[in-house]
Design a protein around this ligand. Structure first.
Ligand SMILES: [Ca+2]
Length: 185
């Protein structure tokens, strides 16, 4: 009986294993709070909170509380990438009173370690959202440049200097959850 059972079990597992896509981002679902993430206040104050009130999945999400015209980012831990390879980025977000088009995720490609000043940044975004909305997926497909070795993903409420003059109606908040980066076969 055992000889029969083992091949059957392996055959049943094989399709599931082939379909499984590894999430390259550690703690992308914020179940461990902000472990592995670096936060930065572009225009403050901004409060970064491990929210357990509302999540897209699991028991925690990241909530960023902005004052009027506030801007903040949270950057993931770095992960290895292969030059020329295509990756899909997906993150779920919800918001109240966010400025138009200012909620998104952005990948940065690095030649060396993330945070090294000599690294060349090449940015690619997911689609953007704004206003007041329930959980929605922001996704994008990006291709690693020929000299990239690592990448990080920032979830943002508009972290670029070019948009800092955009006024918001008042304080606003954005939640992020389930950041997943997978290599596209
Ligand atoms: Ca979560």
């Amino acid at each position: 009986m055992m000889r029969l059972l083992i091949p059957v079990t392996l055959a049943a597992l094989a399709p599931a294993l082939c379909m499984a896509q590894e999430n390259l981002v550690a703690n992308g679902g914020f179940e461990a709070g902000l472990e592995g993430w670096i936060t930065d206040v572009i225009v403050g104050p901004v409060e970064f909170v491990k929210s357990t009130d509302t999540t897209h999945s699991g028991s925690a999400s990241l909530q960023m509380n902005m004052t009027k015209d506030g801007r903040g980012i949270a950057r993931s831990a770095g992960f290895a990438v292969e030059p020329g390879k295509t990756y899909r980025i997906s993150v779920w977000a919800s918001a109240e009173g966010a400025p138009e088009n200012m909620v998104y995720a952005r990948v940065h490609w690095w030649k060396t370690e993330p945070g090294v000043a000599s690294a060349e940044l090449v940015c690619s975004d997911t689609n953007h959202a704004g206003g007041t909305f329930g959980w929605q997926e922001l996704a994008g497909t990006v291709t690693a440049p020929s000299d990239a070795t690592k990448a990080t993903v920032r979830v943002e409420t508009g972290g670029d200097t070019g948009v800092l003059s955009t006024e918001t109606a008042g304080p606003f908040w954005v939640r992020f959850d389930d950041l997943v980066v997978t290599a596209v076969e």
